[in-house]
Each structure stands twice: as C-alpha cells, then as structure tokens.
Design a protein. Sequence first.
Lengths: 259, 385
Amino acid sequence: MKVVVCVKQIPDPADPGELDPDSKTLRRDVKLILDESDSYGVEMALQLVDTAGEGEVHLVSMVPNNEVSGLRTALAMGAAGASLISDECLAGSDALGTAKVLAKAIAAQEPDLVLTATESSDGYTGTVPVQIAELLGLPSVTFAKEIEIDGSTAKVKRQTEAGYDDVECPLPAVVSVTAGVVEPRYPSFKGIMAAKNKPVEELTVEALGIDAGEVGWAGSRQDIVEITAAPVREAGEIIEDEGDAHERIVAFLDELKVL
Amino acid sequence: MDFSPDEDHDLIAEGVRAVCGDFGDGYWSDLDQRHEFPWEFYARLADGGWVGIAVPEEYGGGGRGIAEAAVVLRTIAASGAAMNGCSAVHLTIFGLNPVVVFGNDRLKETFLPRAATGDLHVAFGVTEANAGTDTSQISTRAVRDGDGWRIRGQKIWTSKALESEVVLLLVRTGEADSGLDGLSLFLADLDPDHVDIRPIPKVARNAVASCEVFYDDLPVEGWRLVGEEGQGFRHILHGLNPERILLASEAIGIGEVALERAVTYAKDRNVFGRPIGMNQAISHPLAKARIELHAAWLAAQEAAWRYDHGLSCGEQANSAKYLAAEASFMAADVALQTHGGMGFATEYHVERYWREARIQRTVPVSQEMTLNFVAQKVMGLPRSY
Ligand SMILES: Cc1cc2nc3c(=O)[nH]c(=O)nc-3n(C[C@H](O)[C@H](O)[C@H](O)COP(=O)(O)OP(=O)(O)OC[C@H]3O[C@@H](n4cnc5c(N)ncnc54)[C@H](O)[C@@H]3O)c2cc1C
Ligand SMILES: Cc1cc2nc3c(=O)[nH]c(=O)nc-3n(C[C@H](O)[C@H](O)[C@H](O)COP(=O)(O)OP(=O)(O)OC[C@H]3O[C@@H](n4cnc5c(N)ncnc54)[C@H](O)[C@@H]3O)c2cc1C
C-alpha cells in the first residue's frame, strides 16, 4: 500500500517572523519546520502501512525556498521518500494554486491513499484537501479520527460535533486527518540518521507539466487587499473575592455564553 | 582546524530535545522531592535509541563516539533535567566501555545488546569509605571459588545501585598490599540475596540515589571477569577520560539552563522601576558565565574529538572537566543570585540546578585531583602524595 502524505513546512510558530508589507504575506525566508498538524497524518500513514504489512509512506511538500528541514523530520519518523516542489514562480500561490501543484505531484506517485491535515497551522484556510480531491477526481473524506483499510475500501470515523460518522469510500481517496487523533512518534536516533540518505526528489512546475501562469502571483485568483495587526489583548477583569467571587465568575462566563 | 557546525550533532541535539520537552521542570523537581527514579523518561530515551548511541553497531547500538554521547548528555542537562536526568542514563550510555574494549565475547554478547536497547541498568562501584581517592587502598575482595569467585566487602556512593541489575565492580584479587596491581574488574549481579543496598541521604540529585553497598560473599561466575586478572585498574583508567568528558558536558548543560532562566528573570523582574538586567552588576556576571560555559564546551569537544580519533586526551579531558565544573557552578550561582530571594524557592528551579551543579566539583574526581593530574602528568611537577 502506498500512502502519500501532504506535509506543509512552515515558519516555527514559536518564532513566527513577520508580515511582509509589500506582498502582504508572511515572510518565509526563515528556517521552516514540519507543521505539527501534518505530524498526525504522517503518524497515521505509518501506522496504516504497518498494519497492512507492506507498502510505504511518501511525502509531498511545496515550499518557497528548497527547505527540507520539515521533510527530514517526517522522513526520520519513518516515511520512505519525498517529492519537494520548489519554484520561484510559485511565490504568492493561493490555496487553489497550491492544490494544483500538489495534485500533480501526488498523481505521479500513483498512491492508494492521500492524507492531509484538516488545515495548516499558518494559513488555515482548510481548503487545500478538498481541492486536491476534486482536481484528482477522487473521493474526499474530511476530519478523520480513525482510518481502517479493508481491501480497496477506506472505512473512516469522521469526527463531528456530536460524535462521529462512519463513512466508507473506495480507494484511492483523499482523507484529511484531525489534529491530535494519534500520538506522533518522536524520531529515533537511527531514524534521524537514516533520513539523511532518503530520497527527496526536487520538482519544478515545468517538470510537473503545469503552466507557470496558472500558479503563483500570476495565477492567483485571490488578492490580499489589506492586512491589519491583530488588536492587542485588553487587560482582563480582575475579580477580588469578597465572598461572592464564584457567582460573579459564573455570571461573567454566562454573559460570554460559554456555559 | 574546522569549526563549522556538525550537522549530525545538531540533529542529535534536536532529537534529544524533542523527547526531553515532554519532561519539564515540574517532573524533575517532583521526582527529586519524592526520591523516585525517572523511569518514564528513561524508557522514552531508550526507545529512541539515545541510550545506546555509543554502543557498537554490531551489538545493535548507534556506533557513535564520545562526541555524540556528550551532545546527548549536555542536551538532557540543558533541558532542565540536570543531573537527575543525566545520572539516570549516564552509565548505560558509556559505563560499559571497559567491557567493549577488554571484555570477553560472552560478556559482550550477553550484555551489550541489552545496553544498546537501554534494557540493562548498570552501576559503577569503585569508591570505598576507607580508600577514598586513593584507589590503591581498595579492600573489597574477590576470592576464587571453584571456576568462579566470591566477593566480600563494602562500597560507598554507588549511584543507581537500587535500580541496577549489574555493577561494574573494582575489587582486590591480589594480596592485601598489592596496591593498584592487585585489582580486578567484574561485571557482577546485584543479587539481593548477597547484596545489601542502602541509599545515603544527600543534598542533591535525589531522583537517583547513591548508596552504600554491602557484598556478602556474592558468587560471581568466572566469565564475569572483565579483561585480565590484576589489570582492573588499568581497564578502568581507559574509561576515565571519556567519563570526564561526559560529566563536563552534563555540567555545561546545567550551567546553560540556569543561565537561560536567569536571563529571562533579569529581563522581566523590575526593581526601582527598571529591569534588574539593566544593572551591570547583574548583566556582567551573566555574560561572564556564558563566556566560561562556551570555553568549557570547546575544551570538552576538543577532548572528545581526540578520544574519538584515538589520540591521547588526558590533559584535555581533565581540563574540560575542571573548566566545566567551575563554569557550571558559577553560572548556577549567578542564576541564584539574579533571582534574589526567589532563587531559593523550589518553584523557580534554579536552586535545584545550583545544588546539582555543585556535584561535579567533587565527582567523579575532585577538582584537586584534576589539578594534581595536570601538575604532575602534564607539567612534570613532583608528586604531592
Ligand atoms: C513559493 C511560495 C510562496 C508562498 N508564499 C507565501 C507567503 O508569502 N505567505 C503565505 O501566507 N503563504 C505563502 N505560501 C503558502 C501558500 O499560499 C499556502 O500553502 C496555500 O495557500 C495553502 O493554504 P493553507 O495553508 O491555508 O492550506 P490548508 O487548506 O489550511 O491546508 C490543509 C492541508 O493541506 C496540505 N497543504 C497545504 N499547503 C501545503 C503545501 N504547501 N505543501 C504540502 N501540503 C500542503 C497540508 O496537509 C495542510 O495541513 C507560499 C507558497 C509557496 C509555494
Ligand atoms: C553524588 C555522588 C555520586 C557518586 N557516584 C559514584 C559512583 O557511582 N561510583 C563510585 O564508585 N563513586 C561514586 N561517587 C564517589 C566519588 O567519586 C568520590 O566521592 C570522589 O571521587 C571523592 O572521593 P572521596 O569521597 O573518597 O574523597 P577523599 O578521597 O576522602 O577526599 C576528600 C578531599 O580531600 C581532597 N584530597 C585528597 N587527597 C588529595 C591530594 N593528594 N591532593 C589534594 N587534595 C586531596 C579531595 O580532593 C577531596 O576534596 C559519588 C559521589 C557523589 C557525591
């Protein structure tokens, strides 16, 4: 069984850098790491291949600057290889442009299953997975908390607000994995060292047979009109206990409609 | 000379840091207070292959050298785990070196694969109450008993004896006055029927006990002799330099975490309407601590590099241990001072680093004996004892 996992490499959220006022997007010329959201998909894929007893996990990632640090983390966890799409003409890609590129790279791998996160930690439009499925003409299942492969069928427990839905679809399919549903393994010493020699195929837009005009700033149908800094958090309300603090806290939470 | 960053070392540090990230200061101060061994931490490091990193590959280990083991231990210490974390794994990481170098095949095949997976816990028993630093006075004896031996006597300060299955034990097999030539090294079982272990109440690193260990005619099979009879001291000497390098690295890690906490505190704490870090009486000692830790780390890396390349490294290993023990304790002390009264509060953790940073001035060898080595063996000054 071949599982392709889309992994986004993002600026470290602990040190997120800054917005570029010209392009109105996040500066990405810093060291990028594996998006934590994608570590669940990687773990899920490794477990599925393990259960199947054969096959491999292949990663697909699109980045601005040939960055491989995040891919190495996922390779160290146990993925066998990766496709890296990095091309100057991709700068400014919107979600659809990204999906077009990823879809082509995924198709080249002829996978049985494609996993993504439900949304990235930095862009979090949550639209790329379904766009990939549409472009590839594959079934799309979102918010998976459990996946079981039964022959050529994927049985998915799909998380909902009330509980979960049982969903089945034929393979190949694109399934987005909810964050936190599995415990991603930490790379072991041997895994980390082995990852250094695992194949990372670098692909250009041309190699994928995509017209440069369809992606990047040129192809983007999305226009970022304006960016504003998030409002500074206002000081909270301090409740001094005069015997009725609990009642006032309950009233406050009630007002927020969180109770 | 090449000072470019070593990619593997960076990756190793990152890998170990990820695991340690799950074990915060609270975990360590809790175990320290309850005098409990960090089993979960140990298991996680062992699963990742970090404990077996220096065991040869043919026995399933990582096959790396002292330079890499040093990075592992420095990173553990710097995570806030300090000596509690390091001592938990230290002896499995490198303690079996005499077995690797001098041990017979049966010893290697029986124990090294288990060290590689971290499944084997090892203690090290050299120090005796009546011998002190003068190892030539060791009196715990092994006498022949058929094809094997029986060991009788008493060791002190044996760390991790409570949790360990085996102990690398230096005992006398020659005549009582045979000095360093009458010592032999065994990898013996800590069999509760013949071994009585009593933890020594102590000031620091209380998640890992150091113990008095009484050996009451402990039977040991012949193949458990490491190397040659009468050569035990020489076999141990071989491992002393790497041991110093590793302890230096642990000390540096503690100094680094103490310093990191102090810098944060110095930026945040306002007194007289300004951050205390604006006062040079606060900032200069912090800067000095950083410089000294950096110098000690360079010395440790040089020593490790020499050892791994088969070059003599006695002077370098002793220098690194000396510098690191001083730099670490000074950094921890400055960190304590920077925290004012809060430095003494358990919740800020610098008091724990400070207590644990003090250990390396005495262990595994005192600063005085380190200076004795350099004065006599390196500079040719007359022996003082
Ligand atoms: C050259 C280049 C420059 C870029 N410049 C900027 C920029 O300056 N500012 C900016 O904000 N964004 C930039 N992007 C990122 C791009 O705009 C987003 O990747 C895209 O819009 C997806 O949006 P999202 O993160 O909201 O995806 P979501 O739909 O939230 O993502 C869901 C899941 O889809 C998968 N996925 C999404 N994107 C990728 C990817 N790139 N590779 C692999 N898997 C992925 C992941 O599994 C992800 O968790 C750039 C991208 C490239 C290639
Ligand atoms: C926390 C901890 C863990 C330990 N773990 C272990 C362990 O696992 N296994 C083990 O075998 N041992 C262990 N030890 C013991 C440790 O190695 C010894 O305590 C240390 O080597 C000092 O030996 P000593 O206690 O006998 O001191 P002594 O030899 O009694 O020395 C006392 C003081 O006199 C000084 N001194 C002695 N002779 C001279 C001289 N000629 N010149 C200058 N100064 C001199 C010493 O430097 C020291 O300051 C541990 C100790 C501690 C505190």
